[in-house]
Design a protein. Sequence first.
Length: 388
Amino acid sequence: MKLASIPEFVNSDICKLKSENLYRKLKTIEYHNGLSIVNKKEIIDFNSNDYLGLSTNLQIIKNTIKDFDEISQCSSRLVGGNNSVIEKLENSLSRHRNTESSLVYTTGYTAVLGVLSTLADSQTTIFSDESNHASIIDGCRLSNSKIKVFRHNDMENLLELVRNVKGKKILVTEGVFSIEGDMSKLKSICTLAKEFGLFTIVDDAHGDFVFGKNGTGTPSELRVNGLIDVHISSLSKALGCFGGYVASTKIVREFLINKSRQFIFTSAIPTHLCKSAITGIRIAKKGILQRKLFKNVKFLHDSLTHMGFDIGNTCSQIIPIHIGSEKLAIKFADVLLQKGILVHPMRFPTVKKGSAVLRLSLTALHTKTQLSYALDHMERTGKEHKVI
């Protein structure tokens, strides 16, 4: 078989990525009985967003395969893929976020794109935190709005940008930021929103089911839940399942059903995944797993800080170890992997060039023994490479 020739611009760009230590390769990770395996070797995995450890929960798995008789509806929800199980999940999510209504999307990414590209238009000005996730950046671009980016969590800078803007205004931020692990200043944002007529959208993918009473989310934790106009979140992180959702008013839900291309022109989320999420919500709402998680969070925060690592302003289960050099971050991660510790080096375009971090994601399933072992090797490697 004759192979197609590689376009020169592709080859050139890949060579450039390699020379700048920005080239990426897929790493095959197997899972067996809750253990992560790389190259047939058990590892301590700090890359998963399965914060409560629910992705391997036996109760969820049993409920998912019970009466399993359909893989997919094979249609969009408007055409022929809607199902009472999806609606049951949406009702559960509305109660969870204390909103009038919810709408499930197939992924959190498409939920973000759907909300921003539908609610905003060329007559809209969007104010977006500079540390917002790529899905928010893409959604803003897709909306064809005027986009004003404010410095991360800088309310004075936001005020400067908002003050003289007229017309339709939307502010979008994350509840818990996906790299730095810190919280958005939602109280200050809600105060500004009331004064200047900002429509507020919060992507709480990393705070949902973690913060707030029994996991009700970051806005709930900060006591501004009712002041947020649209909540967006994921079912594939702390809930350990799959999909994304939007929680808001009934009229916003109806608007998205009728106007959001990301909802209209894609197949419905499979009902067996909805069953997983419904069971996961019941377990997460007990609050037991969150308490286990935050014991691990405190232990790792305190230990890394004591060792001298720069972990920024994190207050969550996401802990960035600031390295700077892309080459050094890759080397650091490789050394840890040889010791059975999987940590991902986050590089451009996820972060700015020269600002690489090792991002640790903690779960409720990590044991004290695992954390102590990982910390020992992190400290040794940090000293060896003059990170601490």
